[in-house]
Write a new protein. Structure first.
Length: 167
């Protein structure tokens, strides 16, 4: 059996360093070394891969819409509480506020002392607002500041409290 793999396998070719005129099949001469190179040709077909998909979250549903008069809160606010189906507060939920000629947004959870799912927006008297959760769902139209009155006849602005839940 021959000891030179280049002589028995078609996958090997013999090269003699420094002697390029001799050709690739020339026999090695005395003190020159022979190098064997192997060429691998892959014909395998790659397997298909799964593309991950993100499940869309359910849109928010308005659970309650209440006008609130609190004398210790004289500024007219749109107050939003975002919850999951079990009533747990949802922080970092974007709320979109629109009015004729404008739009703004705020997030729940920025006032943790009022609850993780709480967020509010200061209204301007005379402007009518619409509110919706950025995650989709019902829009609440026609929110405007209205006046409240204490038992002593003192007037102040009331707020709207909206509770949204994600089923």
């Amino acid at each position: 059996m021959p000891s030179n793999p280049a002589a028995t396998s078609p996958e090997f070719t013999a090269e003699t360093p420094g002697d390029e005129s001799a050709g690739e099949n020339a026999p090695p001469s005395g003190d020159q070394t022979q190098q064997a190179t192997r060429t691998i040709i892959s014909t395998a077909t790659p397997l298909p891969t799964r593309t991950p998909t993100v499940a869309a979250e359910s849109p928010f549903v308005l659970q309650s819409n209440t006008f609130v008069c609190e004398a210790d809160q004289p500024n007219p606010l749109i107050q939003v509480i975002a919850e999951d189906l079990t009533g747990d507060a949802l922080g970092n939920q974007e709320v979109v506020v629109t009015w004729e000629g404008g739009q703004d947004y705020f997030f729940t959870g920025l006032k943790p002392e009022l609850g993780k799912g709480y967020g509010d927006y200061l209204m301007t008297p005379g402007v009518v607002y619409q509110v919706r959760m950025a995650g989709g769902g019902q829009q609440v139209p026609d929110l405007a500041p209205a006046e409240c009155e204490t038992s002593d006849g003192e007037r102040y602005w009331g707020s709207w409290l909206l509770v949204f839940s994600r089923p």
